[in-house]
Design a binder for this molecule. Structure first.
Ligand SMILES: Nc1ncnc2c1ncn2[C@@H]1O[C@H](COP(=O)(O)OP(=O)(O)O)[C@@H](O)[C@H]1O
Ligand SMILES: [Mg+2]
Length: 255
């Protein structure tokens, strides 16, 4: 699809839901539509069914493919995203050197970064959505949900067993750090889904390699957020004890 072939795109076919059409008319430009078209023509999904989440930087949709499999499609906004904030996480990550410092290139790189981070997390055995494809600012991934309903975040649906959450988070953080040398950087009850008591880590665009100059700061912030969450939910642990527990897993997960 070329830039001037917007007419070819059948909005009603790809976006049967009126709210989705409105979002596309208002929020996304031709490049996002073109990316949706291209990903759909490759069979990654048939239809963007409805919006699951409208965030500050991205919208997340449920999509479905020809075989009836659900997908989550995350589309980053070009105009309103704080790309200066993104720049801090991209520059300094050796995987993304030489990215041009303009809004569009940074957001495309961010989308690619989230895809790559999800691949690494899955490789490390962390429960995170499997990435499926990406193009421009559009990322297609495994839909995390039950009976077609997207799983709620831990903030909305606290886990029944906080000890299990603690164990899962120690395991995730140790696998990330030691198996694939990644720091999430935005770890909190807002970026963990509760899928029938299974904890799933999402929102991985900002995750950086441990060699990033700010990796230690981001790791400490993750520790602070997680220990605060655990303490508020009945699992008493200091930041130091949580860090020590993660470090004690090193020999288990060292590459
Ligand atoms: N793979 C997924 N499967 C199901 N729902 C998802 C998935 N990824 C994101 N979501 C939903 O979209 C919301 C926003 O996603 P997130 O990646 O945290 O983006 P942001 O916080 O930047 O808006 C999540 O809280 C969750 O409700
Ligand atoms: Mg989030």
């Amino acid at each position: 699809m070329t830039d001037d072939s917007k007419e070819e795109f059948d909005f009603r076919k790809f976006f049967p839901d009126e709210d989705v059409r409105k979002i596309f008319a208002k929020v996304f430009d031709r490049s996002a539509i073109s990316a949706v078209h291209s990903l759909a023509s490759k069979g990654y999904f048939d239809v963007l069914e409805y919006v699951i989440s409208t965030g500050k930087e991205a919208h997340v949709f449920r999509a479905v493919d020809a075989a009836g499999h659900f997908r989550a499609v995350k589309i980053y906004k070009i105009e309103t995203t704080d790309f200066k904030h993104m720049s801090k996480y991209l520059h300094g990550d050796v995987r993304f050197q030489g990215i041009k410092n303009n809004r569009r290139d940074l957001i495309y790189a961010w989308t690619r970064k989230e895809f790559k981070n999800l691949l690494l997390l899955n490789k490390a055995g962390v429960r995170a959505p499997l990435p499926i494809a990406f193009k421009n600012n559009v990322l297609v991934m495994e839909f995390v949900g039950e009976n077609g309903q997207a799983s709620p975040v831990l903030k909305e649906k606290p886990a029944k067993d906080i000890e299990k959450v603690h164990a899962a988070l120690v395991d995730f953080m140790a696998r990330m750090l030691f198996k694939v040398e990644l720091v999430h950087g935005d770890l909190s009850e807002y970026n963990l889904l509760n899928k029938g008591e299974e904890i799933v880590l999402i929102d991985c665009g900002q995750a950086v390699l441990n060699s990033h100059p700010l990796a230690k700061t981001f790791f400490e912030r993750d520790i602070a957020n997680i220990s605060k969450y655990l303490n508020n939910n009945g699992f008493k642990i200091t930041k130091e004890a949580l860090t020590e527990e993660i470090r004690s897993k090193k020999s288990l997960f060292k590459k």
